[in-house]
Ligand binder design. Structure first.
Ligand code: F6R
Length: 609
């Protein structure tokens, strides 16, 4: 969602702001803007287009300065437009903001009563006027921001600039990500590290409620009550290459092809060892996992689908009852808490507002056994949970999640084996067999990627369709769901997934020659059942695209197209079977010419409800 960059330096910061915004583009946005103080005057440039349009505008205006704030906006309050684009100003003050201010209407009407005039539909403008009112009452910029944050409810990361005080910029966060970059001859802040690698690797993660003042020579941080606080400086290990496109056309393509490496890195933890141990999930794991009687998985979107696959594993291998819930539903549902339940939250970003809130809701209900499976070690979700497993997929830039999903599955497979072992349900030979399969997984995925040319040909065939149906059974039903989600989000083809056994209970009515039906058909014990379901489709003239694997034995015939994955992979088969579906969506989107990495209306990190 929205991205923030703030910079103050001894040299021109406009290129730094623009490069930072480029690096944040992946988060999803619909407009962009920046404000600087130059020659004692606040100057603002905004665009309802892309960062490239903003850069062209800034170049035309000849913008250059030593202090500035910049922003990519993903619309929440008010349509995407230049008028609603950030920064928002109040007098000589400018503010950029990520998050949602829940009490903005109350703040707005109080400020309107005092004569402030609002020009946009955003909640952010209320922050600008609020800080301005504190300045007008005599506070300095740092204190005015601090005082204003005390009055805000909701989530925010903000950057603030004043033409009256160009020697500093002020930032603050609560519930939305923000970190500082400590450079040589400059101080910076941004929504994530990728935006700052151009200037520094030394980063300081702000905590909720922190307010920081950035000057050329350094920074200071205070809490909401004004008390100073120290935060450690970390050396980021993120390499600039990790966020570069390299030889690939799109980040999504790059990330699909990075999956063998992402899995190898995630599974490095078991590379040499011959057994699974609770410590894979953190030092406190033996105590937290002891006596767990059931599992509750909370997540959104693709991460939710990973949880759905894990349910099959946890119940069949670890024999633990497992429920998987969409985080946005769980957080508002009256549920029955059980302290012996392990609550597993899954999130690529670790910032997803609903998942974080669901975790807090579970904790508030007395469910203290919590595990975060996440790709971002310093994220809010990781910090909130008692145990953690960090997937080592590397930065995922494409909005459509790919390598995060397969590494989440690897983590969930390890969790399944660990819980099975703790429960005395994993004989040594089974453990050795599963671990061997996990270690071989990167190679197995690599072989599936070689199917790309054939999948590309399939994509050509149905990119012109309006609708598509995905079918699967058992642990491959969530894979069908993930395939449908990928297709709809990046190619805008309407796609639905069904458990194949449900077909004749309704969706079969949709099947005709114009409805491509994609089936996930591994050679497992449900294959014969699935084949019967596929016959039902064929009998209605539906065209079948079947992802089989070694041993599936489904013959090509008129209207039945088969692609065979090289290996059948037992319990871990869903990890392999999702890969061709990712490629299929990617190539269908290419044919349709959509913006693959930044599909319309979507954001990478969904930091608002
Ligand atoms: C789909 C996709 C989303 C995310 C969802 C949760 O491709 O990426 O559905 O999976 O927004 O995000 P995280 O995993 O960051 O919590």
């Amino acid at each position: 969602m929205c991205g923030i960059v703030t910079a103050i330096s001894t040299s021109d910061i406009v290129p730094v702001l623009l490069e930072g915004l480029r690096k944040l583009e992946y988060r999803g946005y619909d407009s962009a803007g920046l404000a600087v103080v130059a020659d004692g005057r606040l100057r603002r440039v905004r665009s309802a287009g892309r960062v490239a349009d903003l850069a062209a505008l800034a170049a035309r205006e000849g913008a250059s300065a030593r202090v500035g704030i910049a922003h990519t906006r993903w619309a929440t309050h008010g349509v995407p437009s230049e008028r609603n684009a950030h920064p928002h100003v109040s007098g000589g003050l400018a503010v950029v903001h990520n998050g949602i201010i829940e009490n903005f209407e109350a703040i707005k009407s109080a400020l309107e009563n005092r004569g402030y005039v609002f020009e946009s539909d955003t909640d952010t403008e209320a922050i600008a006027h609020l800080i301005h009112s504190k300045l007008a009452a005599g506070a300095d910029l740092f204190d005015a921001v601090r005082q204003a944050t005390v009055e805000l409810t909701g989530a925010y990361a903000i950057g603030v600039l004043s033409e009256a005080d160009p020697a500093r910029a002020v930032v603050a966060r609560s519930g939305a990500p923000l970190l500082l970059g400590v450079g040589e001859g400059g101080m910076y802040a941004a929504s994530d590290t990728a935006a700052l690698l151009q200037v520094t690797r030394n980063v300081v993660y702000l905590e909720d409620g922190d307010v920081a003042e950035l000057c050329v020579g350094g920074y200071r941080i205070v809490r909401a009550d004004g008390s100073p606080v120290e935060r450690p400086v970390h050396l980021s290990s993120l390499s600039a290459d990790a966020v570069e496109l390299g030889q690939f056309r799109h980040y999504m393509q790059k990330e699909i092809f990075e999956q063998p490496q992402a899995l190898a890195q995630t599974l490095e933890i078991i590379a040499g060892g011959g057994s699974v141990t609770p410590q894979l999930f953190g030092a406190r794991a033996p105590e937290v996992l002891d006596g767990v009687r059931r599992v509750l998985v909370l997540a959104c979107g693709t991460s939710y689908h990973a949880g759905l696959v894990a349910r099959y594993w946890l119940e069949s291998v670890a024999k633990l009852p497992c429920t998987v819930e969409i985080a946005s539903e769980y957080r508002y549902r009256d549920s029955v808490p059980d302290p012996d339940t392990l609550v597993v939250v899954i999130s690529q970003s670790g910032e997803t507002a609903d998942t974080l809130a669901a975790l807090k809701h579970a904790l508030a209900q007395g469910m203290q056994r919590t595990l975060a499976i996440c790709n971002v070690p310093e994220s809010a979700i990781v910090r909130e949970a008692s145990l953690r497993f960090i997937t080592r997929a590397g930065p995922e830039i494409g909005v459509a999640s790919t390598k995060a999903f397969t590494t989440q599955l690897a983590a969930l497979a390890l969790l399944t084996l660990t819980l099975a072992k703790l429960g005395g349900r994993l004989p040594a030979e089974d453990e050795a067999h599963h671990l061997q399969n996990l270690r071989h997984l990167p190679v197995a995925v690599q072989k599936v990627l070689e199917l790309e040319p054939a999948i590309e040909r399939w994509a050509q065939r149905f990119a012109g369709k309006q609708h598509a149906l995905f079918l699967g059974r058992g642990s491959h039903w969530p894979i069908a769901m993930e395939g449908a989600l990928k297709l709809k989000e990046i190619s805008y083809i309407h796609a639905e997934a069904y458990a194949a056994g449900e077909l004749k209970h309704g969706p079969l009515a949709l099947v005709d020659k114009n409805m491509p039906v994609i089936a996930v058909a591994p050679a497992n014990r449900l294959l014969e059942k699935l084949k019967s379901n596929l016959q039902e489709v064929r009998a209605r003239g539906g065209e079948l695209y079947v992802f089989a694997d070694a041993g599936s034995e489904i013959a090509e015939s008129e209207g039945v197209h088969i692609l065979q994955l090289p290996e059948h992979y037992g319990m871990l088969s869903p990890v392999l079977h999702v890969v061709p579906l990712q490629l299929l969506s990617y190539h269908a989107a290419l044919v349709k010419g959509t913006d693959v990495d930044k599909p319309r209306n979507l954001a990478k990190s969904v930091t608002v409800e």
